[in-house]
Every structure is written in C-alpha cells, then in structure tokens.
Design a binder for this molecule. Sequence first.
Ligand code: FE2
Length: 491
Amino acid sequence: MRSVPPRARLLIVCAAFGAVGCVLPTFSQPTPWTAVVLLATLYAGCEQAVRCRFAGESAPQRLGAFFPVLLAGVFLLPPGAAGLIALPGALLAPVERRPAGPRRLWRAAQLSMACWAGATVYRALGGCTLLGAGAPAQPHFPHALLPAGAAALTFCLTLAALDGGILATAERVPLRTAWRDQLLRSLVPIAAHGLAGLMMAVLWRSPYGPVAALLVLLPMYISCWGFAQYHRERAAHQATIRALVQAVDIKDEYTRGHSERVGRAAELIARELGMPDERVEVLRFAGILHDVGKLGVPTRLLRKDGRLTPEERRVIELHPEYGHEMVRGIGFLGEARSAILHHHERLDGSGYPYGLVGRQIPEFARVVAVADAFDAMTSTRCYQRARPVEDAVAELKRCAGQQFDPRMVRALVRALDRHSWYPAVTADQPHRPHRPQDSGRNVPPSQRPSPRESATTDSATADSATSECPTSDNAAASDSAVRPSRPGAVR
Ligand SMILES: [Fe+2]
C-alpha cells in the first residue's frame, strides 16, 4: 500500500467504506440468500477460471466477460445484495500488476458500488415489477428494457467515474480525459453485457431456472474470447512494428525517433481529413515504417558525413523499394505498403522510384511525404538544428502543389493549430513542445541557428536557398550545402 500515492490511497479507503455502507443493510433486511450465494459463487468461479491452465492466457478477464453475472444480480436482487455478489470474486481475482492488495480492494469496492447503484436505479424505475414477480414470472417486454438500460448505464457511469478518479490520483492522468476515455471504452461492452444480464435474469425466473441462465454465459464468453484474441493479435502487430523501427533506429542513428514522429504527424493529418479509425491506424503504421527499407542500405552510406556520389545516392534511393519488399507479405499493413514504396514521389513527377504524378501517388504516400518532410525540418540532429515550426509550415506551403499535396499540407496546418508538437528528440539538448500560441518560438533563442548557419547547415534551408523544396532524409541533410543531384533526390 506504501507504493500507492497518498491521494489514491485515500480514494481506495473511501471506496472501501462506501462499499461496506452499500452492502451492510443486506444483513438486516429480507434477502434471497440462495440467489446471492449462487451468483457470488458463479462470479468468483468465473474470475478464478482465468487461473486454470486450460483457459490460461486466452481467458478474456480484462474485458469484463463476467459482468453479465453481476448485472443479472442487479436485476434480480435488492441493491445491497447486488453489491455483495461482486465482493468474493473481486477480492480473490488474480491481478496483473502490483501492489495486489490495494488493487483487489479497489476492484471489489468499485464493482460493489456500481452494482448497488445499478440496482437502486433499476428498482426506482420499477424494473422488478416489469421483470415479473413469483415463479414462473411474466416479464413485460419491451418496457422492461428501459429500467434495465438505465441500470446498465448507471453501472457503467459509476465504474467510469471511479476508474477515472483512481487514474487521476494514482497516475496523474487529467481527470476529464480519464473519465472520457473510461466511459467511451466501456459504454458499448457494458450495454451488451446488460442485455446478457437481463436474459440471465429472465431465464433465472423462468420455469427452466438458474441452470438455464448459465447458458447465457457461454456465447458471451466465446465472443469476449474472440475479442481478446483480436487484441492479442493487435499487440503482436505492434511488437512487430516496434522491432522493425528499432532496427532502423539502430542502423541510422542520425534519424533516431524520426519514424515515431512521422507516424504521429501522419496520424494528425489523417484525423484532420476525417479518416475512419482503421485507416488512421494503418496510416500511422505507414509513417512509422516509411524508411524501413534503410535496413537494406549499407550503414556507411547512411552515416556518411560528406558528399554522396551519384552512385551512392542511387543506392540510397532504392530504400523505398527495399522497404516495400520487406513488408509486402505483412497483410495487416494494407495501404501502408504502397505508402512505403511511394513516400518520395512528388506531385510534379520528379520524385522516385517511379516518378508518379498527382493523384497517381497513393493517398497514404502523399500524407507520409508531408509528415516526413515536416519532421525532418523541425528536428534537431547532430548535423542540423531544428527550424521553427512556422518556418517548416511556410516551406511546406511554398512547395504545395509542386512536391506536396496541398490538401495534406492544409490538414497538417489545421492540426498544428490545435495540437502541441514535440520537434526534436534526437538531439541531446532540452526541448519543449510547439504550441499554437508559440509563434516562432519552438527553438530557444540560444539554440536558433543564425541565418548564415541555417543556409549552410540545414538541408531544408539549403533547398530554400536554391529555390528547391525541402528534403526529408539525413543524407541530403548531411551533405548540407550540396545541391541534390536532381529535385527530389533525397532519401
Ligand atoms: Fe525515405
């Protein structure tokens, strides 16, 4: 408990007392103890099932797969008794992270209070009457759905409020963000669990009895298991991408962190363009992996400080094709694969590897090109200083229509008006985020290059000086004062 921050500790203690206050009246009131014991045992058994070797790691315990049992209790039992059924299971449930004791106590208290609140609302709206009384009961549908929905919503809101509170106190997450995230994440699953809980409650009171009610859990468990598998697969994808990016970062130390920032900038642009979440995710992958083909380029060329020969430049310009070869068989990357192949194409056809023009260039590649150039210009590296965000944006606007898709540039500009940008993480010097109000101040004065320095040490500025558009890769930057062999000949 000592490792828990004091404010979080206080919240856990308050929640524990709150839960005790909720369940205490149960012992002085008429209570259907058989149902309480059955449901509490069932919930505890479900939580313990995740320990068994057969279910093992495939058990979807974190998805609330067993909430239908608790919600059935909300619909069948008085509020205090509903709060009681969560306690044994939550107090004995396995936890993934330490400290285990406070986590178990917190989980038990919050579930108990959520059940109590849901059952209170359900009773207040006449749910017990609508579900039918006696055995066998005659539920009144669809009217019974209203109090059931309100009870499930109350259950969800209580959990979200308490989870948000503990995140804010224990992990210093902003309260509003924590609440919003918890609510958005749990609303739909708990609505589905509420329906399953209602079915359990109806079957429980039907002539078939509690055994039939258990059958509801099986399809719920299978669907949650499938969902958990999806999450596991997604985690494996992320791990694959991280491994590839780490390999690139190790090989090309000049641009360490660049891939992640390009992924973030691409995501900002995608959100401004109103892309659906699935495409945003794939576009982020495209940004992160755009230079993965550098793994196929000799390290001595990537780290070369001096002028590149035309032959060396041609070798480096093969990296989009190398990258495409590497990821061609990775199905989940989808459109990201074409972005990796075409991220150095230019709208006017002077890019590489195929010299595509305008809309021939895939949409994802046009987004990554803007994100790539923007980060290259705003990054401080050992051979160049970061340019202010405003300068980089001006440069992108200047080259819009010639090198970059103006639509993507406008989207980035809109995104930067609303989001902070962390320009330089590759340098050892301190940095702070660019905020919309920081006009012209993203680099401390002491670190700003003089006009003369800029013109000779910064690749994009060097390009500006020769009326060319910004370059995005380190080779073009490292042979800073060197004019590229042709417009767009960058890596
Ligand atoms: Fe590249």
